[in-house]
Each structure stands twice: as structure tokens, then as C-alpha cells.
Design a protein around this ligand. Structure first.
Ligand code: G6P
Length: 465
């Protein structure tokens, strides 16, 4: 790859709708890629997020700050089968260990393949010989192989932002072998953690009989070699950590402090998704109140949860469940001048979230399964080093591998959560500072710029390993 080779990023979503302003709601992907593309005269290709009557193949391009976005519309059928269907009703639940929610339908599987072929067909003519391609996430797993079948010989890397499930689970997917074989057409495969990487390698070894070199991550099958490695994603530290100087952040912090008065604020910020463990989180809070009724008046829990994937039934169900649970806790515990749970279905800007995080003395990040989780890192980045809050983190978030000094919990256990809340509330300043100091290094140093550089450097040398 020559130093000025163009970077072409491909992902399902290019422009994140304005309503999804929450950091967690952007899922890291948008923020991370914008930072990467700003540094190169990159092209970002993907779905416009719009539904068209029919697929026309028309591309809309726009260049801002040296970054060109090229998007296509999808037909309603494509959106139903590819996005709502196979990506979000099959792969997403399965990869998050929710076999009970995973749907296996031939039609949506075909729709997924059709849209990947459509992406390849539209993208191919835009490519130049030197371009380096970086494909993102579970919506586009077969894209590299589709491009190769059209003769594309450029370097192509793929990064999976979500977990890779254990082999035992993954083999429940019909045609699992076909899907993984397409992945071996990439030059480099990136995973968020060693755990997900190991699951993938285990599958390749045991189900495909591939040869694995543990040292380099080289997977060899049928004479082709692909490198697979872990690249834990980080936040845009330079941008995020400076938000404290922003007036909007200061106003948001003050707004929260004024409204909570002397009560301690705990905060959660998540896309409204069943993988985030939101009902379980409310159960943990409820358990804490049951065990410590005297402390109800000391606490307020703020859950920001912008709705997501609203056309998918499992998302409609989780939303209804949360409304009921939040209502139940508040009904049982409120006073005329006190409501213990504030449940908010909207997104906020990064600056506002920074202010809220800083005002909250406890950050609750308790997914049942998560590729990484950048909210955990943003919560820490927003803390006052002199008087930092406490991060309660699920051991099943990818971030837990880097954050042993958070209060790690099993999000399925209300007792474990209740215990951690009590511990966080009573934690002496000295211990809070010690934990913060030990955690902030990885948040600052393993940032999104490093992540991008590491991945692209390895992609550049993947053929020589
Ligand atoms: C996760 C995925 C991303 C996705 C984001 C938001 O973080 O890894 O690929 O963009 O969620 O979900 P949505 O379906 O709204 O794009």
C-alpha cells in the first residue's frame, strides 16, 4: 500500500440519523470511522438508510472535509430481508448468544446474499487499483468474496464489531460453513477481543480443518492464507476528553446536578437493545432498593435508551418490557417529590453525554454480551480525576478484558448488581482514584486512532507474513 493509497471504508450505515445522537447509540462505528477517514482522503460507501421503491443502482456522493460518502438506497424488500431480517434477526441475536431470539429463514438469508452482491456490483466500478478496502461488521461478511469473484485484487480487510460466538452456538446457523469460507477471502480479519478471536480460530480449526499459526494468526485453507487478530477499539480520546471545555457539556452537567440535588446519580446510556441487559439492570437496582429501603432517597438512576431497529419484533418486545419495569419500580418507590428511575427514550450529543457522565457518580454498563462497549470508556473519559465516579461493568462486555479495575459484575445476577451498587456508593475517595488511575491509561492510550493505525498497518503487511 503506498502512503497515499486511498482508504475505502464500507459499512452498512454511512450517515447516522440525527435522532441517534447518543454515543452508545452510534455504536462506536460512526465515530470511529469518521476519525479514521478524516486523516485520509477516504471514501465511505454504504446504505443511505433510505428505502426506495425499487433498487436503481444509483449512487449519491457528497464530499465534506476531504471525506467522500457514496451511498445507495435499498428497496423495502432488501431492507426487510437483509437489515431487519438476516442481519438483525439472525446474525445479531446469534452472535450475542441469544439463540432463543435467532430466526433462521431461507428468504432472509437469500436477501442478505443479494444485498451483499448489490454492494459489490455498485462498489466495483468506483475502485482504483491502489485502493485499500476496509469492510465493517456483520451486515457485510460475504462482501470481500463477492468483490473477489469480480476480479478485485486490492487489499481487503474486515472488522467485526460484535462478538464471535462459541463454535457450539455458531454451528446452529444453517450454512455456517459457507459464511465463514467467504471470510477467508479477506487479507485481514479483525476482532474486538482475544475471546472472540479464539472462538473464530477454534471454528476454523475444528469445523473446516484449517491450519492455524497461533503466533501470527495465519489461517490457511485450500492454499489461501488470511490473518486474524484482535484489535480492541477505543474512543476518540482527543475529541472526547476535551468536551469538558464545551459549554453544552457544562450546561448538561449543571442541569443534571440541579435536578438531582443531593442525591447520587447513577447513569446508563445504551441503544435500546436486548443485548444491553437493561431489564436485568433494573432488576439489580430494584434488588438494591429492596435490600436498602433507607437509601431510596439517596439515589436516582438515569437510563438513556434511544430506540433502535424498531421494525424488528424482539426490539418492540424489549421496549415494552422496559416500560413496564421502569413503571413498576417507580410506582412502588416514588414519593411525591422523588422518582428513583428516569427512563429517557432519546439520544443526546456527545457534549451533553459528557456532562451527564461527569455528574453521575456511578456508570452502569452491564450488557449480557457486547463486542466492546465504548460507553464504558466514555464514562471514564468524562470523570474528574480528583473526584472520579465508579464504573460498574459487565464481565461479558469486550471492554472487561482491558478493565479489570472496574467493578466487574455478572449482569444476570440481581444480587451481584445490587452488591456492586452498594460498594460503589460507599467507595472511599482513595479507592475511586486508584481504580480510575489504573483504568484511564487504556482509555487514553488505546484510542481509536491507534486502532485504525494498527489495523491498517497489519492490512498493509498481511501478504508478507
Ligand atoms: C452496533 C453495530 C453497528 C451498528 C450499531 C447501530 O454497534 O455493531 O454496526 O451500526 O450497532 O445499529 P443500527 O442497526 O442502528 O445501525
Amino acid at each position: 500500500m503506498s502512503a497515499d493509497a486511498r482508504l475505502v471504508v464500507v459499512s452498512n450505515r454511512v450517515a447516522v440519523p440525527k435522532a441517534r445522537g447518543a454515543a452508545g447509540a452510534q455504536g462506536g462505528l460512526a465515530g470511529a470511522l469518521n476519525a479514521a477517514l478524516k486523516e485520509r482522503s477516504g471514501v465511505w460507501f454504504g446504505w443511505s438508510g433510505e428505502e426506495a421503491e425499487e433498487h436503481t443502482g444509483e449512487i449519491s456522493t457528497q464530499t465534506t472535509d476531504g471525506v467522500t460518502t457514496a451511498t445507495i438506497d435499498l428497496s423495502k424488500r432488501d431492507v426487510d430481508e437483509y437489515y431487519n431480517g438476516y442481519a438483525n434477526s439472525t446474525l445479531w441475536p446469534l452472535f450475542h448468544y441469544r439463540l432463543d431470539l435467532a430466526e433462521y429463514e431461507r428468504e432472509t438469508a437469500k436477501g442478505y446474499e443479494r444485498v451483499n452482491e448489490r454492494f459489490a456490483e455498485t462498489l466495483h466500478p468506483l475502485l482504483e487499483d491502489d485502493d485499500v478496502l476496509w469492510v465493517h461488521d456483520y451486515h457485510l461478511i460475504p462482501l470481500g468474496e463477492r468483490l473477489r469473484s469480480r476480479g478485485v485484487q486490492n487489499r481487503i480487510g474486515f472488522f467485526l464489531h460484535i462478538p464471535w460466538p462459541a463454535t457450539r452456538l455458531f454451528v446452529s446457523l444453517p450454512y455456517h460453513e459457507r459464511l465463514v469460507r467467504t471470510m477467508l477471502h479477506y487479507d485481514l480479519l479483525g476482532f474486538q477481543t482475544h475471546e472472540w478471536l479464539d472462538s473464530f480460530l477454534h471454528y476454523c480449526r475444528t469445523e473446516l480443518g484449517a491450519e492455524i499459526d497461533e503466533e501470527t494468526g495465519a489461517i490457511t485453507l485450500d492454499g489461501r492464507t488470511t490473518i486474524a487478530r484482535a484489535y480492541p477499539i477505543g474512543i476518540d480520546w482527543d475529541h472526547f476528553s476535551k468536551l469538558g471545555e464545551d459549554e453544552a457539556a457544562q450546561r448538561a452537567q449543571q442541569r443534571l446536578l440541579n435536578s438531582t440535588r443531593r442525591r447520587t446519580a447513577m447513569i446508563g446510556v445504551d441503544r435500546l437493545d436486548y443485548s444491553k441487559g437493561l431489564p436485568e439492570r433494573l432488576d439489580g437496582i430494584s434488588r438494591f432498593f429492596d435490600q436498602h429501603p433507607d437509601r431510596v432517597s439517596d439515589l436516582v438512576f438515569i437510563q438513556i435508551a434511544p430506540p433502535s431497529r424498531e421494525d424488528v419484533e424482539s426490539y418492540q418486545k424489549i421496549r415494552a418490557e422496559l416500560e413496564q419495569k421502569a413503571g413498576q419500580i417507580n410506582g412502588a418507590r416514588s414519593e411525591v417529590d422523588l422518582v428513583p428511575v428516569r427512563y429517557v427514550n432519546r439520544g443526546y450529543s456527545h457534549a451533553e453525554l459528557f456532562g451527564f457522565f461527569r455528574a453521575a457518580k456511578i456508570g452502569l454498563v452491564t450488557p449480557l454480551r457486547d463486542g466492546m462497549n465504548l460507553v464504558a470508556k466514555e464514562y471514564l473519559a468524562a470523570q474528574d480525576p480528583e473526584d472520579p465516579g465508579v464504573l460498574i461493568l459487565s464481565r461479558f462486555a469486550g471492554a472487561a478484558a482491558q478493565m479489570e479495575d472496574a467493578l466487574l459484575v455478572n449482569p444476570h445476577s440481581p444480587d451481584d448488581l445490587a452488591h456492586a451498587i452498594g460498594k460503589a456508593l460507599d467507595m472511599p475517595l482513595e479507592e475511586r482514584r486508584r481504580r480510575y488511575e489504573s483504568l484511564i491509561g487504556t482509555v487514553r492510550d488505546d484510542n481509536v486512532q491507534d486502532w485504525t493505525e494498527n489495523f491498517l498497518r497489519d492490512l498493509d503487511s498481511a501478504g508478507q507474513l
